[in-house]
Design a binder for this molecule. Sequence first.
Ligand code: SF4
Length: 435
Amino acid sequence: MQEAELQLIDGRLVLSRETAGLWLGLGYVRAALEKSGFKVGQPVLPGGAPQDFTDSLTEIFNNNNSGNILFIGCHSVSLPMVLEALLRTSPCRKARKVCLGGPGTLRLSRLLMERFTFLDAVVEGAGEDAAVEIGGFWKGGPFPRSRNLVIRVGEKIIGKAMPADSAAWFDLWPYCEMPLNGSHVAPVAWSRGCDCNCLHCVVSAQNGRLQRKDLDSVMGDIHRLMTDHGIRHFDMIDDYLGGTRTAVEQFCERAEKIDITWNCSLRTEVIDESLAARMFSAGCRHVYIGLESACQSIRSALGKPSPLAEALRAVEHCRKFMSVTCSFIWGFPFESLPDFVRTLALIRELRADGVDTASSPFVPFPGSPLTAEYAGKLIYDPDLAPLALGLFDKLPEIAQGLVRKHPDIFTAFGLLPDENFHRKVRLYEEFQQLN
Ligand code: SF4
């Protein structure tokens, strides 16, 4: 076997590696690199409890010597642990180049390069083209042209990290061979991006405007996973499936010809009862719908495109045929206590009707318009951040130290200034115990 030139590391914090598999985004980067002739090592998926994540990564950086280039994908929540592990191991990495990417770097590339001098490059957003170009550059090829890349050359930091070009990205790359870890479910993407720009959301900043992959190519991915891995259930991980009613119908037309089941996220304005019925007959068994709030004024303030009444009708249509999860976000400064109580009441009603719900305080991920609006005004409370992030009982010491030192980078560990926040937390905890 040829020696690898590059090593991909999936730097997400996930609750279970058995079900997580390889991050699909990193899988596409791998496919792009391999198609361009790079020898890529088997992706590394660090495991372990969130509290031990830095130690797991440190061990990997110390002991995995595959390839002279490390591409590390990370999420905002794992970013301090990844950086700490890189910092600890920087003397032993010597000639190895390090490129950081994934949603965790969004809007942060220059700051990261300035403050963490052991980083050689940072990619923001879709990373397939940038990874191929920077890999080529470090092998002696031409200077990278990707707009979403910041690179260190000697003492200089070059690049502005603009949004990635909306190239025909993943049509170009064959489906990646992901480690599925024996899972019976595989992630598949048909589209990415969104034409809305809701205040609380990072999808547009991360993935740009809605782009769809050629449907033949998606069905090819599905057939390959069926044939090669015996997979029959697919998690359609599009930011929302297809984007339009016509697109969802086209997908159904293809899916109903094969024996599969699938889940997806949906935009509520495309759904009526007949489409919900058609989705079910095409194999859809679960939909995920972001309601965010029970108050029309909050939904409007966030920029949610459909009226609340229409969104609730969509939930009702879907519920007749398949299971539904509705998600809610709270803790906005413009959300009054009565607004919040109405949201809790709607959650209770939906649960009583058999709808699953997910709810959490707003997390100021870099890239959302709301995070930008409150830059410099976020509150850092190590006891409350875990509530929003959901992965920690308590924020690890390492994260706390870095967050205190670089609050403008680790915004995801902060909270928006909301005078009612502590009261909302108490009400929320009481509500969770009773319901
Ligand atoms: S919340 Fe949904 S509709 Fe709004 S920007 Fe994000 S993906 Fe688009």
